[in-house]
Design a protein around this ligand. Sequence first.
Ligand code: ZN
Length: 294
Amino acid sequence: MIVDVHTHTPTHRGAVPVAERREYDRWRPDRTVRTTNAWADYDEQVAAADVSIVFNIALPDPLAETGIPTDPARVNEATAEFAAADPVRRIGFLSVDPTAPRALEEAERCRVQLGLRGVKLGPNYQRFDPLHPGAFELYAWAQEHGLPILFHQGASPIREAPLRYAHPLTMDEIAIAHPELRIVMAHMGHPWQRDAIVTIRKHPHVYADVSGLAYRPWSFWEALRLASEWGAMGKLLLGSDFPIATTAETIAALRSVDDVVAGSGLPRVPAEEIEAIVHRDALAALGLAREAGA
Ligand SMILES: [Zn+2]
């Protein structure tokens, strides 16, 4: 089974009207990215995955900056409707600003009424300190109910998003305080992949996804070599970051990660460790496996 743990909720149920098409060159160095997409675009671009995890981010002042138009009043509803339309293949995560009043109430509503099964946070985009006491209340709630949290980690092209709120070493402190909480660190914390690696290797329930890395081929190879040498490859999960990349191109990039060092004396990333990332049972790792017959 192939699980894509990192995709963003498509913005439009039907075709995107011409006036609402958005395309940006800031999200990856090699091509532009369409940030408004139809449900059908999602299905096409995530088709290589048997199951995908999908979410929005509850942003403070929507999108002016990121160019991903999410209606702030429907952040979680939009994800829940999309996930419910294909419940075998899609798992929806909720998003809240944990420092906002009634954040826990909203999270509980999303869990119980909307059927969302995990949490997506981008502390830098949402502009909250991930070590804030209000955030710790949300982590404790997620741990109690068995909801994994996927955190944006590392670089962002958005000027107003504080890098300090996206550093992998904050995840170490969160994991120390919440030993049963399942955490996914997006993008292996790029460009702090080594800080992400030392964090995932020491915490049994902390993982990192490989999204957002492939189009910087040297650091991608280096990150996977480091993960292999540190014995952390078993903690890496497949993620595409749709709409920034497709699942198929992420898998292809993993399989060709050694191309950048071809002809050199540099060591290869073991192919069996790469295949294990592609086929890893991320649902079991994150406590999301469906019960038999469900
Ligand atoms: Zn993302």
